[in-house]
Write a protein that binds this ligand. Structure first.
Ligand SMILES: CC(C)(COP(=O)(O)OP(=O)(O)OC[C@H]1O[C@@H](n2cnc3c(N)ncnc32)[C@H](O)[C@@H]1OP(=O)(O)O)[C@@H](O)C(=O)NCCC(=O)NCCS
Length: 179
């Protein structure tokens, strides 16, 4: 029976099917299977901003997220039931994709959510952009490890790009070829 269940599970691709399947066989679907990525809505902003404030020393204010909606950027959340676990924002223009924000709630970090969101952004951009770019603080070793593991390469440094406690901090610029 267990082997048969595993085989059926392999065919279950869509989130809605996984949720249905999880209701029937609760022990057989892992937590990660049930996290879904969907477009961010303005009703998510309270949860998104709470995560933003808990994660960054210099968080984005709400109007920046609203500007991202207005600019039609790709804004995504990763949610489990009605709880937002993380979010990502991607801007695309003339063959370039730029990750503007990717963030996982502190209590949910280290479980593969950041990687899942990054893989999804890469798939979103594939075929529509040739190169994906992002900036990261040199002190952000966890994020740098994730980006390098996903194949991003350092292409330069933006001097004094970020606000920091002691004035300004440089940004490392990373790029990934995605065609
Ligand atoms: C960076 C961030 C998005 C990673 O998300 P996450 O869900 O914690 O990461 P994952 O669990 O998917 O880990 C993926 C990889 O990242 C690296 N990584 C994650 N946490 C790490 C840590 N604390 N130390 C070193 N490497 C780490 C590892 O390479 C890991 O791969 P592994 O699990 O095979 O070892 C998350 O730490 C975060 O939201 N940080 C605060 C906001 C931020 O700094 N965003 C990036 C701005 S540029």
């Amino acid at each position: 029976m267990r082997v048969m269940l595993e085989k059926i599970k392999d065919f279950v691709v869509y989130d809605a099917d996984k949720e249905f399947y999880a209701k029937l066989f609760p022990d057989s679907v892992g937590r990660k299977d049930l996290m879904r990525l969907r477009r961010m809505r303005s009703s998510d902003l309270a949860q998104v901003i709470a995560i933003e404030k808990a994660s960054y020393q210099f968080p984005w204010e709400e109007d920046i997220f609203r500007d991202c909606f207005k600019a039609n950027y790709n804004c995504w959340v990763c949610e489990e039931e009605d709880t937002v676990l993380g979010y990502s924002i991607l801007a695309m223009a003339v063959g370039e994709a730029h990750i503007l924000n990717i963030c996982v709630a502190p209590a949910e970090q280290g479980q593969g959510i950041g990687r899942k969101m990054l893989e999804h952004l890469i798939e979103t951009a594939r075929g529509r952009a040739e190169t994906m770019f992002l900036e990261v603080r040199p002190s952000n070793t966890a994020a740098i490890a994730l980006y390098q593991d996903m194949g991003f390469n350092e292409i330069g440094v933006r001097k004094g790009y970020y606000q920091s406690e002691n004035g300004r901090e440089d940004a490392i610029m990373l790029a990934l070829q995605i065609f």
